[in-house]
Write a protein that binds this ligand. Sequence first.
Ligand SMILES: Cc1ncc(COP(=O)(O)O)c(C=O)c1O
Length: 354
Amino acid sequence: MSIKIQPEAIASLRGFEMPERLGFGTVMAPVMFRARYQDGRWSDGELIPYGPLALDPAAKVLHYAQSCFEGLKAYRCGSGVGLFRPERNAARMAHSAQRLCMPPVPETLFMDAVRVVVAHCAGLVPGNSGESLYIRPFLMGTQPDLSVTASRAYEFYVIASPSEAYHPGNMRLWVEREDSRAAVGGTGDAKVGGNYAASLLSISQLKARGYDQSLWLNPGNRRTVDELSGMNFFAVMDGALHTPALNGSILEGVTRESLLTLARDLGIEVHEREIDIDDLLKLVASGTCSEAFACGTAAIVSPISELGDSEQRYRLAQAPGPVATQLRQALLDIQEGRAEDRFGWMQMVQVARF
Ligand SMILES: Cc1ncc(COP(=O)(O)O)c(C=O)c1O
């Protein structure tokens, strides 16, 4: 597909000044990608200045949440800029779109869109370890029509945000025994906005109790651990790494799969299985579970220092523990070009000159 680079987009890039403090996802790159879908086909793409969208108030996305998104990062990798396993994000976005009856963004369109944004924003990729250009592709149904049917018109955007790591410190998790973030047979394994909306009440309540994130249980059995609102969960027991097996209500994280591969490669025993929450809490109390951490593109690897359940607090013996520290470093070393990319995970981006 051809991508039109609007002259106004180049002007926005030339006029952009990077603020000193970045935070996560608050500073926006001054350009974005857009492609439209109508009558069964995608338009050519455009790189345009970042700015508000014009949406009809009856657009399906605003009423029936027909939208999905992705999150990936471009890293300063050696002397260039690299993307980490972007084809997995393309595949996951296609899966999410299909779950919501939306046309999947073809992999070539997804990749071209991400690449053109990164190529033009290469100068905005921050250089400190753990920092990156966070990339947010999203797709939404725009047809103005209040009937509960799938939209026939869609828009696909890619925006980007130069960012620090999300949740760099130790986290305190609250075991959420009342609410669920996703339903059995629902959208838990899709990256759709409704899952995140459903998690917000729990997060706001646990913040008042001094916790950082909810630990979600499986919505079917309310007994086994699923994940966090935006990260997958790992625990270390007797030196072995355990993570909940994919079950349809857990989002299949790119970081999760990468850490499993790295752990096996480092000779760490790995188990993907059901983790009963009451067993886990007992193992934390006895010290058999010595460390736990969450992982995700935004968070990288974030140690968990405490699990809270009703009035009980269960402290992890090591936060950060050696396994989390070793895996975080091994992952960042590949992403930031200090270690050989033995698994072929990095895709370098040709930087645009303007
Ligand atoms: C619910 C949920 N689980 C897990 C993850 C981690 O996925 P990834 O490693 O692909 O970022 C995310 C982040 O995208 C998420 O939103």
